[in-house]
Write a protein that binds this ligand. Structure first.
Ligand code: SAM
Length: 289
């Protein structure tokens, strides 16, 4: 008689792990994509600095309405927690909409008791997909939209999700997640935020990403330095949202760049910008005298 056959046990290493960031604080690493969240400054400092920009301080919110924030890439909730911290003293209602395709990094951050999530109703958010609470007499509401962002933006008409005043974009790089950086995604996102002035904060300073955002209809400007990056990027639905808009000198840099080609659709190639795209960007109202 043959002995019973057992298939050998294969231990699959976890995709997300807790690792120290550059400042020693705990953060999360996606081992599949080899990307660490906020690797240099850590979970708290990075978002605090990103939000500490004159363009954010000068934002005018429609009166009598809740302030609406979109958090693109909930991940471990670092950016979301930072937005709530930033608004802690606000007497206005705050509606925070996080988007992600999976809960895994958030679950690990919760089970590891990462400090940025302490005092937040993470359990209710995880169970119900949303949580609401009072803070100093005004409402905080935090909602997670689970799904593929490009599909959510394309399949749902503008107005499906409350129109944002501020969007914090914290997605992995175009190299590791090309589908999140295509022109059609940014065009669809622009449609979702056209009904009122909206400001977007990015970590990147990539010329090709900036060219893509301009083609999508956004006004684009320089953002503050962040760690080793001497500048980041801001985008806005109106030129008044920016204090340092990209100018004609930047257009010349784009025209000369060997990697200025906008991210139209994957696979992307690093190459100089096609003359047709360059002409479209030249005609953008941002560059009109
Ligand atoms: C850099 S992490 C976000 C980190 C997070 N902002 C934080 O501070 O903890 C990027 C996130 O984008 C999410 N993501 C990746 N592809 C996505 C997609 N197609 N749609 C929505 N979210 C996606 C990932 O699951 C990941 O959690």
């Amino acid at each position: 008689m043959n002995p019973p056959s057992h298939s050998p046990r294969v231990d699959v290493p976890p995709r997300y792990v807790v690792v120290p960031a550059g400042d020693g604080s705990p953060t999360i690493r996606d081992t599949l994509l080899s990307e660490t969240f906020h690797p240099e400054l850590g979970m708290d400092q990075e978002i605090d600095r990103l939000l500490d920009q004159p363009e954010v301080a000068q934002m005018s919110f429609p009166s009598g309405q809740p302030r609406v924030f979109w958090d693109l890439g909930l991940g471990a909730g670092g950016m979301a927690a930072g937005i709530l911290r930033h608004q802690a003293a606000s007497p206005h209602d705050v509606h925070l909409h996080s988007f992600d395709v999976r809960w895994d990094a958030f679950d690990l951050a919760c089970s590891s008791s990462l400090p940025h999530l302490s005092n937040l109703p993470t359990h209710t958010l995880r169970q119900n997909g949303s949580a609401a609470w009072q803070e100093g007499g005004s409402l905080r509401r935090w909602t997670l939209h689970l799904g593929d962002l490009p599909t959510l933006m394309e399949a749902n008409p503008p107005g499906t999700f409350p129109s944002p005043d501020l969007i914090v974009v914290d997605l992995h790089s175009p190299e590791s997640q090309p589908e999140l950086w295509s022109l059609s995604f940014w065009r669809n996102l622009h449609h979702h935020c056209r009904s009122k002035p909206c400001l977007l904060l990015f970590h990147t300073r990539s010329t090709s990403v900036r060219a893509t955002l301009l083609l999508a209809g956004f006004f684009v400007g320089l953002g503050r330095a962040l760690g080793k990056k001497e500048e980041t990027t801001l985008a806005a639905t109106s030129p008044t949202g920016l204090t340092r808009p990209l100018n004609l000198t930047w257009l010349e840099t784009l025209a000369r760049s060997t990697q200025g080609q906008p991210l139209i659709s994957p696979p992307y190639t690093r190459q100089p910008i096609d003359p047709g795209y360059l002409e479209s960007i030249r005609l953008h109202p941002q560059f009109r005298p």
